[in-house]
Ligand binder design. Structure first.
Ligand code: PMP
Length: 351
């Protein structure tokens, strides 16, 4: 059946996102979405954008959103790039910075599982660095020769954060490589590397509106870095699709970024619920890794994690389970509302 496929594509194993089931109502704690709605100002801006002029193409330079990010982070427009979710920004960064004929790129062996998928797609060699037994990151192993570095901070799915000083050691120790820091979860307790951008021309920080801005359905992500790195990303984008963001997404994301009070209140609530849930899971005998994200990585005492995952599903609670070496004893549990977490804890009690 694949004889019409490009042979390069035939061999690929694509990323599998967490499920979005429609068969019944679930307590949905499996894809790290925010349990709270987007900013009312963002919703209003999107309504206006729908009624404005969808007949016309959107701004290919995404000026409105770039301006909002520029004000929010104190960066020049030339230091900002936006895309259709941070996954697209990551995909474009792979194309822009990582060389199939170069040295292997390095990232943690336990990290966001899209990185090896992009590497295979672009034919970029990889040399995954094993995390330590306690899932902490061995910084010295990120200081050897490489074709690029990816740090997910806080890491997924472990939820553990790397202190900024350690991130800086890796960025400073790799002047000849792009160090991409994926900060999808940083707003829930990590230390951002954004403040290092003017100091290190090899640093690219990638963010998303999917988690802390409650806009996973809108598909908006962005990158921040030296203007030469941003120019490379624009070259990739404009060789691929001039209009990666539509008018509604541009308006909604810009308004969400500007509504700082609402954003901070949502993050505060998620963090408070996370800490309470962590204590309660520990009281049930779970081993819970320290989390700086909007999810918990937790190992049940018994039965095994895969069984707990299945039985939770039967109980109407979705979490994520990765059948992979070293982490197959854990469940990744997104932080929901307090009521949703009560539902999870009650189901676990029954199991
Ligand atoms: N980075 C990490 C670490 C993630 O977990 C995710 C969400 N799956 C993404 C990037 C992509 O997020 P989005 O494309 O929704 O911005």
């Amino acid at each position: 059946m694949k004889e019409l496929w490009n042979p390069r594509i035939r061999g690929l194993e694509a990323y599998v996102p967490g499920e979005q089931p429609k068969d019944r109502r679930y307590i949905k704690l499996n894809t790290n979405e925010n349990p709270y709605p987007p900013s009312p100002k963002a919703l209003e801006a999107m309504r206006e954008a729908v009624c404005a002029d969808l007949r016309l193409y959107p701004d290919p330079e995404c000026g409105q959103l770039i301006e909002a990010l520029s004000r929010r982070f104190g960066l020049a427009r030339e230091q900002l790039f936006v895309g259709n979710g941070s996954d697209e920004v990551l995909a474009m960064a792979f194309a822009a910075f990582f060389d199939p004929a170069g040295l292997p790129i390095i990232f943690a062996d336990i990290s966001y599982s899209f990185y090896p998928v992009y590497a295979a797609f672009y034919g970029v060699p990889t040399a995954p660095v094993p995390l330590r037994e306690d899932f902490s990151l061995p910084v010295e192993d990120f200081l050897r020769p490489n074709g690029g570095v990816i740090l997910c901070n806080p890491n997924a799915p472990t939820a553990m954060a790397l202190p900024l000083a350690e991130v800086e050691r890796i960025v400073a120790g790799n002047p000849g490589s792009v160090v991409l820091v994926d900060e999808a979860y940083v707003d829930f307790g990590g230390e951002s590397a954004v403040g290092l951008i003017d100091k290190y021309p090899n640093l690219l920080v990638v963010r998303t509106t999917s988690k802390s801005y409650s806009l996973a359905g809108l598909r908006v992500g962005w990158a921040m870095g030296n203007e030469d790195l941003i120019a490379a990303l624009n070259t990739v984008k404009n060789s691929f699709n001039s209009y990666t963001l539509d008018r509604v997404a541009l308006a909604g994301a810009a308004a969400a970024i500007e509504d700082r009070d609402y954003f901070e209140e949502c993050c505060r609530r998620v963090i408070a619920t996370r800490e309470r849930s962590r204590r309660e899971l520990e009281a049930l005998g779970f081993r819970v890794l320290p989390s700086a994200a909007n999810f918990l990585f937790a190992a049940p005492p018994q039965p095994d994690a895969e069984t707990v995952f299945r039985r939770l599903r039967e109980e109407g609670v979705l979490v994520r389970y990765f059948k992979k070496p070293r982490i197959d004893g854990f469940l990744r549990i997104s932080v929901g509302t307090d009521e949703e977490m009560d539902g999870l804890l009650a189901a676990l009690g029954r199991i």
